[in-house]
Ligand binder design. Structure first.
Ligand SMILES: [Ca+2]
Ligand SMILES: [Ca+2]
Ligand SMILES: [Ca+2]
Length: 398
């Protein structure tokens, strides 16, 4: 079932509003975003936020419906355990954004090291927050022609880990997630720019797992692969006792594509697929079929996020959002006692398989295979206890 093609892969971001092969452009930041009225979702009443202790105005204003939908606040008051690093494979990120600058994975050896010197000897000079595999340099911000238009990766990074209680918005992962920025695709304004060669992706995969990322987030997808790339994903996502084992969170696109594309199409056991959920708990129309496995519904529509530094915001639809939200939620759960001690495969078995995938919370049936019975919805209700229980979990228990 694995298809192979030439030396270059076309990377597509999974979004409802973008042209295939290009990064989407977010809605232009409007006056009042993120804290003015934003009423494009009916899933969670805007008047009842779950966590009264979170002060970010977008959340307080009810503009982040997906936060409560996945019961993310249940993870926010955990005993402090180590944050989980999420590697973001995207077009870079504006690391100076007010929501991101304190929420990044940091290579301490380089952060406190000597400029121009590979302080930790990993083969990358000054890789403080990740690496730009497009230009082969440490500047992970969107560059060149990306300037002047919102970066897809900036938006995704904010959904994963935007800073809590500093104003603006909050990311699902909040304190539990840190973002490693891996720039693997350009800005999408030419065919060549939207391609990423397998070598580039393979290097980024090697970097992420070597530097400690336990969740690899792919909002991008592609429709052909190579033996080299297959081997890298198989090692990370399938091989027993692999030292590079990690959870791969893969986008299932929702623009009517006949196949999900890679990495979602891999049958490997550590692949967790984000199935886009639109309004009213329904799987987004046009969602591609995906292999049987850990397919979890996660919010896609009417999602607000960071766009460009220093403090711009926008609104997007699409399964890219679902992917980042799911990645952030998994990190938040994994960072929390008692789950923080679990290995990758233990987390996969204990949390993803038994609890999330086994959850009775399901989407409404989808219109096509394999979603005719709906999919389990990603949420943190498994963390509900006698002291705190999210509204969405309590509703489920009635
Ligand atoms: Ca280095
Ligand atoms: Ca250095
Ligand atoms: Ca914030």
């Amino acid at each position: 079932m694995i298809r192979r093609a030439g030396l270059q892969l076309l990377i597509w971001f999974s979004c409802a509003s973008c042209v295939a092969g290009q990064s989407p452009s977010a809605t232009a930041p409007a006056a009042g975003l993120p804290c003015g009225p934003l009423a494009c979702s009916t899933l969670i009443p805007a008047s009842s936020v779950e966590d009264p202790h979170t002060a970010d105005c977008a959340y307080r204003a009810g503009n982040q419906w997906w936060i409560d939908y996945v019961a993310a606040p249940l993870t926010w008051h955990a005993q402090a355990a180590a944050p989980v690093t999420v590697a973001l494979f995207d077009d870079g990120a504006d690391i100076g954004h007010v929501e991101l600058r304190n929420r990044l994975w940091t290579n301490e050896a380089e952060a406190t090291g000597v400029p121009g010197v590979d302080d930790d000897g990993n083969g990358y000079i000054d890789d403080v927050h990740g690496w730009d595999f497009v230009d082969d340099d440490p500047d992970v911000a969107p560059s060149g022609e990306c300037r002047g238009r919102p970066s897809h990766g900036t938006f995704m990074a904010s959904l994963i880990a935007a800073e809590r209680n500093n104003g603006g918005m909050v990311g699902v992962g909040a304190e539990g997630a840190r973002v490693m920025v891996l720039r693997v695709v350009g800005c999408g304004r030419s065919v060549e720019d939207s391609r990423a060669d397998p070598e580039r992706l393979t290097k980024a995969l090697e970097y992420a797992t070597r530097m400690g990322a336990r969740i690899l987030s792919f909002s991008a997808h592609w429709n052909a692969t190579t033996p080299q790339l297959d081997a890298a994903f198989e090692d990370i996502a399938d091989r027993v006792d692999s030292p590079r084992a990690a959870i791969v969170v893969a986008s299932v696109p929702n623009r009517g594509e006949p196949e999900a594309g890679y990495p979602a199409a891999y049958p490997f056991r550590r692949i967790v697929r984000a199935v886009p959920i639109g309004n009213d708990d329904s799987i987004s129309p046009g969602t591609s079929p995906a292999p049987v496995g850990f397919n979890l519904g996660a919010p896609s529509a009417c999602v607000l996020g960071a766009t460009a530094a220093p403090d711009r915001y926008g609104v997007r639809n699409g399964s890219s959002n679902s992917t980042a939200i799911l990645s952030g939620l998994l990190a938040a759960i994994w960072s929390r006692t008692p789950y923080a001690r679990l290995t990758v495969d233990e987390f996969l078995a204990e949390v993803i398989e038994k609890r999330l995938h086994g959850s009775p919370r399901r989407s409404k049936p989808g219109g096509r295979e394999p979603y005719l019975d709906g999919v389990p919805l990603a949420d943190a209700c498994t963390l509900a206890d006698a002291r705190r229980s999210a509204l969405v979990c309590a509703l489920e228990n009635q």
